[in-house]
Ligand binder design. Structure first.
Ligand code: A3P
Length: 287
């Protein structure tokens, strides 16, 4: 398949045709957000699917029913996709949705609503590695080529949803005030119960310690990997091929070290640092 057959360009961003079309994007632009909506925002491969497990559990006080009976793409749908248009009206409030959109592509009603945002950031070196393997298993995406070639594309923003630095800057410079909460993938890996307390506080949910423990177990890497409603085993192999790489691949912090040469590390670090020069926010890890 050619690049044009695989991807559409939306406001300069590369989007997979498998997941988006012009009608669904128009629907998203005209969509009316509600004040109690919750939007999970990530750059690809930063823990989106993890939050699709966490949120329904937090919002339902640890009741496992949604995550054991509804596929993740229907319980916390992808804003901007055709599926979103189909299922959003069936969601009970508060509705939770996910997106990779940058801030400026959110529709007018998002800005005027009081919808809350949880922004997950992941070390870009690990997001790159995760994305490299995801491109091997997601048959609807172009072959990533060698790791070196894929790193070039990543640094130039010729990948899904553009440059990592643009995405992070976009969601760091918002006028959302206390409507947005920032969390990192690394914090979630290091201490999930603490992350759950943080999230439930942000959403004004009072969870018992028992519920926190129950959610922690349900959202562990291994439990999610075994959950048919979360592990993409429902997706036909012609779209996602688990023989090439598992979606639940490693779920760790720092796997980049097994992939980057010292030359690649120097190049990667210098590009990212340069693009973040003068920014008012700092990264929670060294690059
Ligand atoms: P790896 O490829 O490094 O394993 P996204 O959902 O944004 O596409 O992110 C996918 C990444 O999140 C994958 O990273 C996946 O393994 C990881 N992930 C998903 N659920 C996780 C969990 N419960 N614990 C740790 N990592 C998780």
């Amino acid at each position: 398949m050619s690049f044009e057959e695989m991807y559409l360009i939306y406001h300069g961003l590369v989007l997979p045709r498998q997941s988006y079309c012009s009608e669904s994007l128009r629907f998203a632009q005209e969509f009316t957000f509600k004040d109690d909506d919750i939007v999970v925002v990530t750059y690809p491969k930063s823990g989106t699917v993890w939050m699709q497990e966490i949120l329904p559990l937090v919002l339902n006080g640890g009741d496992l029913t949604p995550v054991l009976t509804i596929p993740n793409w229907d319980r916390v749908p992808w804003f901007g996709t055709p599926r979103f248009a189909l299922v959003v009206d069936q969601l009970a409030s508060p509705r939770a949705l996910v997106t990779h959109f940058p801030y400026h592509l959110m529709p007018p009603s998002f800005h005027t609503s009081k919808a809350k945002v949880i922004y997950i950031m992941r070390n870009p070196k690990d997001a790159l590695v995760s994305s490299f393997y995801f491109h091997q298993m997601a048959v609807f995406l172009e072959d990533p080529g060698t790791f070196d070639e894929f790193m070039d594309k990543f640094l130039e923003g010729r990948v899904l949803f553009g440059k990592w630095t643009d995405h992070v800057k976009s969601w760091r410079h918002t006028e959302l005030g206390d409507r947005i909460m920032y969390i990192t993938y690394e914090e979630m890996v290091q201490d999930l119960p603490a992350a759950l307390r943080h999230i439930s506080g942000f959403l004004s949910r009072n969870l018992s310690e028992e519920a926190i423990q129950k959610i922690t177990e349900q959202c562990s890497f291994n439990t999610m990997k075994a959950n048919a409603m979360s592990n993409f085993s429902l997706v036909p192999k012609i779209y996602m091929d688990p023989d090439k790489s598992s979606f639940f691949r490693k779920g760790v912090v720092g796997d980049w070290i097994n992939h980057f040469s010292s030359v690649q590390l120097a190049r990667f670090t210098s590009v990212i640092q340069k693009e973040l020069e003068g920014e008012s926010f700092s990264l929670p890890w060294s690059l």
